[in-house]
Ligand binder design. Structure first.
Ligand code: HEM
Length: 404
C-alpha cells in the first residue's frame, strides 16, 4: 500500500483524514516526516478497537494496545515532544493509574458542577467586554480563547498575567508544520515555566488550587509523585484543558452560523447539551489522539500490524464514518439523537476533563447566542483559515458580526 502523505499547511486536516478513510479504508499506511511510515485507523470500529482492545484477535483486551512507546517515532517532527514525551497521555498501567488518580478528584461531575457559577461569571464578563468591543470582533481571540484559558488557569492557580504565554507556547507545540526547533523551544519553555511555577507555589503554601493540592500530596507522601511527574501532569492538564475547548467553541459557532436553521431548532425545542454532543461527534477539535502500539502482532480489520508499530488514531474520521452514522454522517445536525461518540476518546485515557468541557461548552455557547441573537460570520465559511495540526483543529481567527 502506497503511504498517504500528511496534510500540508492550508489543508483542512479533518477533511484529509476523512478522505483517507473513504479512499484507503479503515486501516491506512501514512508517511510521517523523515520518510517514517506508520499506520492510521480511520473508521469508528477500528478506532474503538485500538482505544479499547475490543475486537482484536484476542477478544476484549484493554491492554492489547498501549500508549507507552519505546523509541523514536519521527525524529524531525515538531509534534515529537507531545507524542514521545513522558506524561499522562503516554503512560500506561500502574504509573498511569497512580498519576491520573492524583488529579481525578478535581474533575468529578460533582466538583465540576460546583464550578458552574464561576464559569458563568467569567463568560458573562467576557460577553460584556465583547458588547463594548464594536460591531466586528475576532471571536477566537475575544471569547473562544480567554474563557477556557481562564477556567483551567484558575483551577491550577496560574496568575492572570502569565496565561497568554501558555497559549502561545501551546499553539506552536501542537502545529505539525512548525519548525522542529521552534516546537522544541515552545515545549521546553512551557516545561521550564511549570517547574519554576511549582517552586513558587511551594513557597506560597496555602492556596486551594490543584497545583497546591499536588504539592501537599508530594510533601506528605513523596513517593506518590516526583517533581518531574508533577511538571508533566500539569503540562498535560494545562494543554488538554484549554486547546480542545478553545477550538470546539469556535467550530460549533461556525457550524451554527453556516446553517442558521440549526440554531432555530435548538432555540425552539432542542437542548444545548445535545448540540454539544453533536459537535463532539462531527466537528471535534481533537483529530487524532496519541499514537498507540500493539503489544503483540495483531490484525485490525484484516490488516496485519506488527507489535510496537505506531498507530495514529483518527477520532475525527471515526466521528463522520458513514458505516456508523449513515450517509449524512458528515452533516452537523443539532437534532440528531445522541449516540456514544468517540469525541472524548475511550478506554483508560478517556478524557479526564469531559464533565468540565461539557459544562464550559454549554455555558459558552448558550450564553453567547442568548446575548447576541443576531451573531453571524463576517466572512464566508470557506474563507476561514484553520490550524495545521494532526492533533487538533479550529479556526485561527473567527471574524463575526455581533449586531443586526
Ligand atoms: C484526554 C478530548 C477537554 C483534560 C483526552 C482525550 C481526548 C480528549 C480525545 C484522549 C486522548 C488519548 O486517548 O490519547 C477532549 C475534548 C475536549 C477536552 C474534545 C473539549 C472539547 C478537556 C478539559 C480538560 C481535559 C477541559 C481539563 C482538565 C484531559 C486530560 C487527558 C485528556 C488530562 C489525559 C487523560 C489520560 O491520559 O488519562 N481529552 N478533551 N480535556 N483530557 Fe480532554
Amino acid at each position: 500500500m502506497e503511504p498517504r502523505q500528511l496534510p500540508v499547511a492550508g489543508e483542512r486536516t479533518s477533511e484529509t483524514l476523512s478522505r483517507f478513510r473513504d479512499e484507503s479504508g479503515p486501516v491506512v499506511r501514512i508517511e510521517l516526516p523523515g520518510a517514517v511510515e506508520a499506520w492510521m485507523v480511520t473508521s469508528y470500529d477500528t478506532v474503538n478497537e485500538v482505544l479499547t482492545g475490543d475486537g482484536t484477535v484476542y477478544g476484549k483486551n484493554p491492554a492489547a494496545f498501549t500508549a507507552l512507546h519505546d523509541g523514536t517515532i519521527a525524529p524531525d517532527w515538531p509534534l515529537r515532544q507531545l507524542i514521545e514525551g513522558d506524561h499522562l497521555l503516554t503512560k500506561d498501567g500502574e504509573d498511569h493509574r497512580r498519576l491520573r488518580g492524583l488529579v481525578n478528584k478535581a474533575f468529578t461531575p460533582a466538583r465540576v458542577a460546583a464550578m458552574e457559577p464561576r464559569i458563568q461569571q467569567l463568560t458573562d464578563d467576557l460577553l460584556d467586554r465583547l458588547a463594548r468591543a464594536g460591531e466586528e470582533v475576532d471571536l477566537v481571540r475575544e471569547f473562544g480563547e480567554p474563557l477556557p484559558i481562564a477556567v483551567i488557569c484558575e483551577l491550577l492557580g496560574v496568575p492572570e498575567d502569565e496565561r497568554y504565554r501558555i497559549r502561545e507556547w501551546t499553539n506552536v507545540l501542537l502545529s505539525h508544520v512548525a519548525e522542529p526547533a521552534e516546537a522544541a523551544a515552545a515545549g521546553g519553555g512551557l516545561l521550564a515555566y511549570l517547574s519554576e511555577f511549582i517552586g513558587r507555589k511551594r513557597g506560597d503554601g496555602d492556596g486551594d488550587d490543584l497545583t497546591t493540592g499536588l504539592i501537599r500530596v508530594q510533601e506528605e507522601e513523596g513517593d506518590r509523585i516526583s517533581h518531574e511527574e508533577m511538571v508533566g501532569l500539569l503540562w498535560v492538564v494545562l494543554i488538554a484543558g484549554h486547546e480542545t475547548t478553545v477550538h470546539l467553541i469556535a467550530n460549533t459557532v461556525i457550524a451554527l452560523c453556516a446553517d442558521p436553521a440549526q440554531l432555530e431548532r435548538v432555540r425552539a425545542h432542542g437542548s444545548w447539551e445535545q448540540l454539544v454532543e453533536e459537535a463532539l461527534r462531527c466537528r471535534n477539535s481533537v483529530l487524532t489522539v496519541m499514537f498507540r502500539y500493539p503489544r503483540e502482532d495483531v490484525r485490525v480489520a484484516g490488516t496485519a500490524i506488527r507489535a510496537g508499530e505506531p498507530i495514529a488514531v483518527a477520532l475525527s474520521a471515526a466521528g463522520t464514518d458513514p458505516a456508523r452514522y449513515g450517509g449524512d454522517a458528515a452533516a452537523f445536525d443539532a437534532s440528531r439523537e445522541p449516540d456514544a461518540h468517540l469525541g472524548f476518546g475511550r478506554g483508560p485515557h478517556f478524557c479526564l476533563g469531559a464533565p468540565l468541557a461539557r459544562l464550559e461548552l454549554r455555558i459558552a455557547l448558550s450564553s453567547l447566542f442568548a446575548r447576541f441573537p443576531e451573531l453571524r460570520l463576517a466572512v464566508p465559511p470557506d474563507k476561514i483559515a484553520y490550524t495545521s495540526s494532526l492533533i487538533t483543529e479550529g479556526p485561527l481567527e473567527l471574524p463575526v458580526l455581533l449586531g443586526p
